[in-house]
Design a protein around this ligand. Structure first.
Ligand SMILES: [Zn+2]
Length: 375
């Protein structure tokens, strides 16, 4: 992809371009930043730029043979390592076993989480890992000559998911890579990478997106109404994944807010009949909608606590218009005295739903706990 497809990060992009024009491309670089900061998109565009046959001053050309193959992630000198999960057939798969799915998935959008990826390859609740078997594959791939480019580039997405012995086997090659080889590590949690790998990389720290960058992105890419886009950007707090999710789930946000309001209202009034009816209604929703409601409630609780603590002026409150209106009156009910117990109950309900518990019992139980805690 091209730098121009990234909705922001002008300064980081300038720095990356300068490293190329000054021929100071470090052979092992770690891109990291908060969730939804677009670190993988930056690494992909940087790789395309380095390999482009007709580089422009501020971007790759997008049309040369290299750009076209980089874009489709099929360039023979462009390699990927990423977390995968064991399957029935293979207890220790390597990234290449999933390369077809990876290409399809990344082509849809370069902004995603590991859970999005694992959902895409339908591995259920299995953990995503870079297995020990990957080390031998990496060493093999990098021992080959380049096919079409002057340089081999390997992107390692989420090196923190590497098995410790994989990491140990790669130390030497990351420190002294074969000629014309570039490692781009892309991490969400760099503090979980083993220090011996970390110390061998040049660190590129990526900030979250700016609010106006997210606003423009939602307007351009999704034709979102601009005031709605600005409202979402305010809640997303620099996380583009969260912004996309909020945009795509506006309808469920409205439903979740109504559902939350009702629960709180009935709980305050100790209206047991309505509470039973409420729990029946939530039970009738699907499991994903139930989980979405609980996650939503946890966020609203947190934001209301912030309001109660007077943090609005410090801009620590991230809410949409309808949520703010509701919370103006509601927030005094959420205090440091009850918020932890409330959150514990919602979290407990979440884990019971995930474990396929009986939704009717779980939500009635949750609602009755709220009755006790809200007063
Ligand atoms: Zn090009």
């Amino acid at each position: 992809m091209k730098f121009s497809q990234i909705p922001g990060h002008k300064e980081t992009i300038e720095k990356l371009i300068r490293s190329v024009s000054m021929e100071r491309v470090s052979h092992a670089q770690l891109f990291s930043g908060p969730e939804g900061c677009g670190s993988l998109a930056l690494a992909l565009s940087y790789a395309s730029y380095i390999s482009c046959e007709n580089r422009k001053e501020n971007d790759s050309c997008g049309v040369c043979k290299s750009c076209i193959k980089y874009d489709k992630l099929i360039h023979p000198d462009f390699h990927f390592v990423f977390p995968v999960a064991k399957t029935k057939k293979d207890s220790e798969p390597i990234s290449n076993s999933f390369i077809k799915e990876w290409r399809e998935f990344v082509s849809q959008s370069p902004f995603f989480t590991i859970n999005n990826w694992l959902d895409y390859i339908e591995v259920g609740n299995a953990q995503g890992l870079i297995f020990v078997s990957e080390a031998a594959e990496i060493l093999k791939v990098l021992s080959l000559k380049t096919y079409e480019s002057d340089i081999k580039i390997m992107i390692i997405w989420l090196p923190e998911k590497m098995h410790i012995s994989t990491a140990n086997k790669l130390l030497k090659i990351i420190e002294e890579p074969p000629d014309k080889t570039l490692f781009l590590l892309v991490s969400d949690e760099p503090d979980k990478i083993i220090p011996t790998i970390l110390s061998r990389c040049q660190h590129i720290k990526i900030p979250g997106f700016k609010d106006n960058e997210i606003t423009d992105y939602l307007v351009d890419r999704y034709q979102c109404d601009s005031s709605k886009a600005a409202e979402i950007a305010g809640i997303a707090n620099g996380n583009i994944l969260r912004a996309i999710d909020l945009f795509q789930n506006q309808e469920s946000s409205r439903e979740n807010l109504d559902c939350f309001k009702n629960l709180m209202r009935y709980a305050w009034k100790r209206d047991v009949l309505s509470i039973i009816k409420w729990s029946e209604e939530v039970t009738a929703k699907g499991r994903e909608a139930q989980k979405s409601f609980i996650s939503y409630s946890l966020r609203i609780l947190r934001e209301n606590l912030m309001l109660s603590l007077g943090q609005k002026k410090n801009k620590l409150v991230y809410m949409g218009h309808d949520e703010s209106t509701f919370s103006e009156k509601f927030h005094p009910f959420i205090t440091p005295g009850n918020v932890y117990s409330l959150s514990d109950e919602f979290n407990l309900a979440y884990s019971h739903i995930e474990a396929n518990g009986n939704a009717r019992i779980i939500f009635l139980d949750l609602a009755l706990k709220v009755v006790r805690l809200i007063r």
